[in-house]
Design a protein around this ligand. Structure first.
Ligand code: SAM
Length: 280
C-alpha cells in the first residue's frame, strides 16, 4: 500500500473509469497524492471545519483534504463521469464526503455545509475568477467562508496578490485585499498536471478579515475602481471625470494627485475616494 490512503493510485482510477481529460471543463488533474496532501495542508487546520471543494475530478485533492482531517467535504463536480471514482472515496471515508453533480455557479453550498467553512480547490480555469469574485462580494461581510485555498493560473494568482505600481495590480487585487489577507503559497510547473496546461499555476491562500481593511461602501468602491482601471493609462482626473464634476478636488481631498494613474493608487486611497464620492 502506497500513498495517503488505501484507495487505488489515481492513474488506475482514471483508466478504470475512462476519465480522459476534457479541455472544455478545464480538466488538468493532479495525480500525485503527496502533492494533493501538501495543498490540503495549505488550507490550515480542517479538523473542525466543513470544506467546500469545487471540481474534484478523479478526487486527488479530495483524498488529500479527507486524509488531512477535514471534518466533512462537499465536492461539487460538473462532469458525471467522475461520480463512480468519487463514490469510492466516499465509501472509504464514511459520512465525510458528499458529492453533488452540478455546476458550481448554480449550486448553493450553504444548503449542505455547517460553519466554520473553508474552501479548497484546483479550480477549472474558465470559472475560477468568477467564483472568486462571487466569494469576495457577498451581500454582507464577514462571508460564509473563513479561508480560500485556490489553484489558479499563475498570472491570475499574481493579479490577486499584486501591489500598487505593478502591472498585475488592478480590480482583482483591490477586491481581494480589501476584505482578505491574500498570499501565494505554492507555485507549480505545468508538468505537475495531467495533461499539462500551457502555463504555470499557483495556489493562493486568502483569509477573510473580520471586517474590511478600510471603511467604504462596496458598491461605490467597486464603481470607482472599475472606472479607474477601465482607462488605466489615463490620469485619474480624466478617467474619473464622470463620477463627479469636481473630481479634481475630491481626488485631492482623498490624498490622490489628480495626475496619478490608477495603477499607483493604494487600496487605502481608493477607499478614501469611495467615501468622499459616497458623501456627495
Ligand atoms: N480537483 C481535481 C484535481 O486537482 O485533479 C480536478 C481539477 S480540474 C483543474 C477542474 C475540475 O472542475 C474538473 O474536474 C472539471 O470537470 C470541474 N468543473 C469544470 N467546470 C465546473 C463547474 N462549473 N462546476 C463544477 N465543476 C466544474
Amino acid at each position: 500500500m502506497a500513498g495517503i490512503d488505501t484507495l487505488p493510485p489515481l492513474r488506475e482510477v482514471i483508466a478504470t473509469h475512462g476519465l480522459s481529460a476534457k479541455k472544455a471543463l478545464g480538466q488538468n488533474f493532479l495525480l500525485d497524492l503527496n502533492l494533493t496532501a501538501k495543498i490540503a495542508r495549505l488550507a490550515g487546520d480542517m479538523s473542525g471545519c466543513d470544506v467546500l471543494e469545487i471540481g474534484p475530478g478523479p478526487g486527488g485533492l479530495t483524498r488529500g483534504l479527507l486524509a488531512e482531517g477535514a471534518r466533512r467535504v462537499l465536492a461539487i463536480e460538473k462532469d458525471a463521469r467522475c461520480l463512480p471514482a468519487l463514490s469510492e472515496i466516499a465509501a472509504a471515508y464514511p459520512g465525510r464526503l458528499e458529492v453533488v453533480n452540478g455546476d458550481a455557479l448554480e449550486v448553493d453550498p450553504l444548503a449542505h455545509l455547517t460553519p466554520p467553512i473553508r474552501i479548497a480547490a484546483n479550480l477549472p480555469y474558465n470559472v475560477g475568477t468568477e467564483l472568486l469574485v462571487r466569494w469576495l462580494t457577498p451581500d454582507a461581510w464577514p462571508p460564509f467562508w473563513d479561508s480560500l485555498t485556490l489553484m489558479f493560473q499563475k498570472e491570475v494568482a499574481e493579479r490577486i496578490v499584486a501591489a500598487p505600481g505593478s502591472k498585475a495590480y488592478g480590480r482583482l487585487a483591490l477586491l481581494a485585499q480589501w476584505r482578505a489577507e491574500a498570499e501565494i503559497v505554492l507555485t507549480l510547473p505545468p508538468e505537475a498536471f495531467t495533461p499539462p496546461p500551457k502555463v504555470s499555476s499557483a495556489v493562493v491562500h486568502l483569509t477573510a478579515l473580520p471586517e474590511p481593511r478600510y471603511p467604504a461602501d462596496p458598491k461605490v468602491l467597486e464603481r470607482v475602481v472599475a472606472m479607474a482601471f477601465n482607462q488605466r493609462r489615463k490620469m485619474l482626473r480624466a478617467a474619473l471625470r464622470g463620477l463627479a464634476p469636481d473630481i479634481q478636488d475630491r481626488l485631492e481631498a482623498s490624498g490622490i494627485k489628480p495626475t496619478d494613474r490608477a495603477e499607483t493608487v493604494s487600496l487605502e486611497q481608493f477607499c478614501a475616494l469611495a467615501r468622499n464620492i459616497a458623501a456627495v
